[in-house]
Design a protein around this ligand. Structure first.
Ligand SMILES: CC(C)(COP(=O)(O)OP(=O)(O)OC[C@H]1O[C@@H](n2cnc3c(N)ncnc32)[C@H](O)[C@@H]1OP(=O)(O)O)[C@@H](O)C(=O)NCCC(=O)NCCS
Length: 201
């Protein structure tokens, strides 16, 4: 079987983004409505286009212009150079910023007002890296080249400036990490010592 053409692959990615928005927002009624009125989805779609353009040096300026038009329309600013995985959902849209060197895993959820920003003006890696299935609460800021592991939940309005281990919850300013207790399997039931004594006698 022939592999799908680049256009088909691109359209499949856009469709996945739509499905992610539909499934993750309990208020979503159907795909048509989501495609029409969800600014977070429109911003991700615009990014999918501008990121492809970004790979071609001659298209970098038009890519940034389109990104700014998308920002004006959606309130979400995603730099075309950011690396974003599949099925990103930006709920409510407004006020989200994703910087140039940010990396975002698959199935990530960002609420409005969240920022994946830098702490220095130096060139090079200066934005966060998020694992898969990370949830970033409304108004949260993740700053600098920090690493946020898989399945992390960042609380609303938290300011994350240090790495966050996978599976933990980060809340507060600066954010403190609440790492979940490891699940310990129940111990084998102990043998009744009286049975042993009887046997010995
Ligand atoms: C951080 C969050 C994921 C924690 O959820 P949780 O695992 O159910 O944890 P709990 O609600 O049991 O809270 C755990 C502790 O963190 C505190 N906490 C929870 N969210 C917090 C926040 N955003 N900022 C500061 N502290 C917070 C709780 O008070 C509690 O403190 P305690 O242990 O001293 O009592 C959740 O509270 C949150 O902020 N989600 C973002 C949701 C969002 O942005 N929604 C926008 C919808 S429009």
């Amino acid at each position: 079987m022939r592999p799908p053409s680049p256009l088909r692959r691109f359209l499949r990615v856009l469709r996945e983004d739509l499905e992610a928005a539909r499934h993750r927002d309990p208020a979503a009624r159907n795909g048509f409505e989501v495609a029409l009125i969800y600014p977070g989805l429109h911003a991700v779609w615009a990014y999918r286009l501008t990121h492809r353009m970004w790979r071609e040096p001659a298209l970098r300026l038009p890519a940034r212009i389109i990104a700014q038009v998308a920002r004006a329309a959606t309130g979400v600013e995603i730099h075309p150079g950011a690396k974003i995985g599949r099925r990103l959902f930006i709920d409510h849209g407004m006020g989200v910023v994703i910087g140039e060197t940010a990396v975002v895993g698959d199935d990530v959820l960002l609420f409005h007002g969240s920022t994946l920003g830098g702490r220095s003006m130096k060139r090079g890696k200066r934005h966060p890296t998020l694992g898969d299935r990370v949830v970033v609460g409304a108004g949260a800021k993740i700053l600098g080249p920090v690493w946020v592991g898989d399945d992390v939940q960042v609380g609303a309005n938290a300011v994350v400036v240090k790495d966050v281990p996978a599976g933990s919850v980060a809340v507060g300013v600066p954010a403190r990490n609440r790492v979940p207790e490891p699940v310990v399997p129940p111990a084998e039931p102990a043998e009744d010592p009286s049975l042993l004594i009887e046997y010995v006698i």
